[in-house]
Structure formats: C-alpha cells, structure tokens
Design a protein around this ligand. Sequence first.
Ligand SMILES: *Cc1c(COP(=O)(O)O)cnc(C)c1O
Length: 395
Amino acid sequence: MIKKNWSFDTLAVHGSEGIDPHTGAVSTPIYQTSTFAFHNSDHGEALFKGEAEGFIYSRISNPTQQCLEREMAFLEGGEAGLAFSSGLGAISALVLTLCRTGDNFVSSNTIYGGTHANFTHFMPRVGIEAREVRATHLDELEAAIDDKTRLIFIETPANPNLDIIDVAGCVRIARKHGIPLAVDNTFASPALQRPLELGAEIVVHSATKYISGHGDTVAGILIGAAELMTRIRKETLTHVGFCISPFNAWLLLRGLKTLSIRMRKHCENAMHVAQYLSFHPKIEKVYYPGLSVHPGHDIARSQMSDFGGMVAFELKGNREDAKHLIDGLELCVSAVSLGDCDTLVCHPASTTHSTYSTEQLVEAGISENMVRISVGIEDPRDICSDLGQALKRIS
Ligand SMILES: *Cc1c(COP(=O)(O)O)cnc(C)c1O
C-alpha cells in the first residue's frame, strides 16, 4: 500500500505500485520479449486499433518499460512518462512531434553539446529552426518567440557551466504565448527539482546520468500529460524506433531505488569540492549554484532542494593547462558523461561542447580554460587531494 504522504526518499524506494500484485516480485521483472501473444485474431485487431489495452510488440511498449515510465512520472509529479534508448532520442521525439517543417522552437543556448548539435545541425535538415538564446535573460527568450514557435526548451542547471534558469519565469512567458515549456532536468533529477510542480509541461531526462547512477546504460525519458505522451509514442517513437530495451529499463528502475541517497552524497561532495577549489590559488573561478557568489544562487535555492553534484571551474591558464590538469588526475576519471558513482572530469570546449563554434562557446559562457567535474560518491577528501596534486603539476 503506497501512501502519497510518504516523503520522496520513501517513494523513490517503494515506487507507486509497490510489490508486483501478479507474482509478488519485489524487483520488477525484466520482460525480455519482443512480442506478446493475442487471445485471438480479433484481439490482435482490437489492439492495433487501440480499442483494447495490452502489449503488442516491444518497440511500441513493454511491461518493464511501462513500469519505468510510471515510476518516473510518479516521482516527477506528472501524468505519464515515455522512455527512449537515449536522452537525445527523447529530445528528438519531443521536437519532431511538436514541430513541423517551417516551425521553430526557442532553446537556452547553454545546453549539453549533443543537444546543441541536434538543434543546430540536425533539426535544420528537416526544416525546423532552433533559436538559441541566453535564457538567463528572460527578455531575450521572450523576444525570440513568434507565431511559428511550438516549444520552449531550457536546461537548468545547465551543462556545463551550471547556469540557473528561472523556471517559474519561463512558465509565465510560455503561458502568455500558449507554448509548452520543456525542462531538461538531467542535472538535478526529481530528487532535487520537479519542474512540473513549478508549472512546466514537459520534463526531459538523459536517464544515462543520475537516474541510472552507475554509468552502465544510455537512456532517456520524457514526462508530461498522458495525452501528449501517447501522441509522441504513436506519432514518433513507434515510427522512428528509438525504444528502450527491457533490460535497460530495469537498470533504471534499480537506479531509482538509490536515487535519493546518491543525490544527497553527490550534493554534499560537490559542495566540499566547490569550496576547496574556491580557495585554491591556481583557480580563477568556480561555478557551483550552492556557492552564494553564483549569480543563480537565489533562484536555485527557490526551485531546487539542493544544488546537485556538478561543479565547473576555470583555471588561471589556457586550454592546454586545463587539459594537462585532467591528464594529471589519478583517482578522478578523464571521461565525458556524469552522474556516475565515480568522479568524472572533462574539458567541455574540446569534448562535450566541441559541437559549438568558437563564437557560440563565448556566447554560451563556456571558456577554453573551463573544466567540468561530475563529483562522485567517493570520500570527498580523496577527490580534493587528487585535484590538489594534479593542480600542483601545472605551472
Ligand atoms: C547527456 C545529456 C543529454 C543527452 O543524453 P544521452 O542519454 O547522452 O542521449 C541531454 N541533456 C543533458 C543535460 C545531458 O547531460
């Protein structure tokens, strides 16, 4: 029996349904099947017509996938979820469903570099224009809207520089113009921020990151109104085919059980690392929304329950110094991605955000001497001493 008044920590462990009523399984089974038997030919026809409830084929839906979608919707406070084989699959399906050739959408300009490439390299090929603006300036976001704008897309905290965007402010603009607002909630996870409760219509996740939490799968999820999720499933997911596998859906369900406890440790460690770096003489600037000097600190405090596990900093030095620093690390892993138990460090300008032109990097506030850390759940003293010894090696 799940009680809605239990706290997030409890709900993340127990889920919306609790124990499987059919089998008593405490862990959701992996329904490793591609297809599902019909009772008879009429049943098959009815399922295809949408007149009967049930499963047909795992590209369209599968019970393990459905369970993940239901749990993510539950934790984000939405009606329904829709799982994909990657975060970019989820984002592509959202844009391709809401926009037609000739339409545009407005996006914040400081976003994951793969999303930026999708928006500025891929979408124009099908005649959809992404208008990237500095969404920390709400007037710039509103000015980009016209009668062909079908979606507003923001990422907060933003990858890689932890820009904080005012979700409630974006909601006011979106409602005024009657356009849906989607928030990429990858950096925060529902443990720290629930954009639907702030009035957004769609939440996007690269579930590869904190939802999985262990760096063992690539996946994506959308959460929003049931009608919209059904529409995206029918009009895009089913036709394009970027479905999640039952096994990967199960890995994410397993990840949800420890989401709260992991996020708490990520946040605690990130604050420790951010403070350590703030006092280091070889560091120019630290970007962490939990620091009171961060320009988005007050907004972050109002829309997040904690500040997350991502930290970025600028070295006193250049691009080469930033790369040398990473090469000197012994504990922290030099790799892209984030949200893993292991601390991962990367140089955005040459890796995750190499899809940006030099001018776009400047406009998006991603400097050449910036280093991004996904702070893991190790002992924070070990993370800091590794950063310290690597900093010592650079001149
Ligand atoms: C990684 C990432 C994505 C893309 O997700 P994939 O699972 O790699 O396709 C989207 N948004 C953010 C914020 C990310 O960090």
